[in-house]
Design a binder for this molecule. Sequence first.
Ligand SMILES: NC(=O)c1ccc[n+]([C@@H]2O[C@H](COP(=O)([O-])OP(=O)(O)OC[C@H]3O[C@@H](n4cnc5c(N)ncnc54)[C@H](OP(=O)(O)O)[C@@H]3O)[C@@H](O)[C@H]2O)c1
Length: 275
Amino acid sequence: MADEATLVFPQSLILAGAGKMGSALLESWLSLGLPGANIGVIDPHPSPALSALAVQHGLTLAPHPLIAQVLLLAIKPQMLDKAAPALQHYVDGRTLIISILAGKTIATLRHHFPHAGAIVRAMPNLPASIGLGITGAVAGPELTQEQQAFATTLLGAAGSVEWLDDEALIDAVTAISGSGPAYVFYFVECLSQAGVALGLPQDISERLARATVEGAGGLLMHETGIRPAQLRENVTSPGGTTAAALEVLMAQNGLAPLMEQAAQAARKRAAELAG
Ligand SMILES: NC(=O)c1ccc[n+]([C@@H]2O[C@H](COP(=O)([O-])OP(=O)(O)OC[C@H]3O[C@@H](n4cnc5c(N)ncnc54)[C@H](OP(=O)(O)O)[C@@H]3O)[C@@H](O)[C@H]2O)c1
């Protein structure tokens, strides 16, 4: 979560698209203290929850055209062509555009918003909805220091941000942290199935697997100074049960090459979907 001392809020922010990810970001900004009066939200069908937030925090829904300091795009990627013309009214050379649209490159965004000041392309992930997201971000060349601070504050509100120098690496971010939560959910399924194969009742095995991943995740968050490999070694006694299992997982054809193959498949698909 962003450090309060480094928070830099824009005076005028337009959020385009208040679906799952847009709403998660919006709620994180409000809980961080970004004044609702600074925020306009554009969404064709505001949910009851969004309407309630608007009343509670003084957000403007469907704001009249104004030049925003930041326009954050959280619509579906395939909606960009249709949405961009109406959004031009909020953009001029002072506006930072932050896009979380999967696969939409900075060049494509620039094509849609030729008059924008700067563009940041970001890839958040699902745990943003509980404030534990991580976002990879890359900036076009025009980004000012103040705009980078806006982007770090807004994207970091729902977790943390990693800035990258090379846009090509965004597809790798998608393959690791973007798609990663699903890999972990699948790991829980596999661990639970393994328990059933050893004779545990299905429901108990699933609770054991789930709580183990939650607890191990909690330890990773708590022990941030200790590398994962060290945490693993700390719980692996030579000749013990964990070591026996890790010998299988860490074999030459074990989890590492499989994980690499999976991440490469995700990156390839991200590149295919880009445009
Ligand atoms: N969900 C994730 O975990 C995740 C992770 C990384 C990146 N992303 C990116 O985040 C973006 C949003 O994903 P999402 O899962 O939040 O999708 P979503 O729930 O479908 O939200 C999109 C929202 O945009 C609204 N919208 C449609 N046309 C619009 C327009 N012209 N102007 C303004 N708003 C418009 C939609 O309204 P209607 O439903 O009424 O059409 C909907 O409320 C996507 O580009 C995705 O690539 C999502």
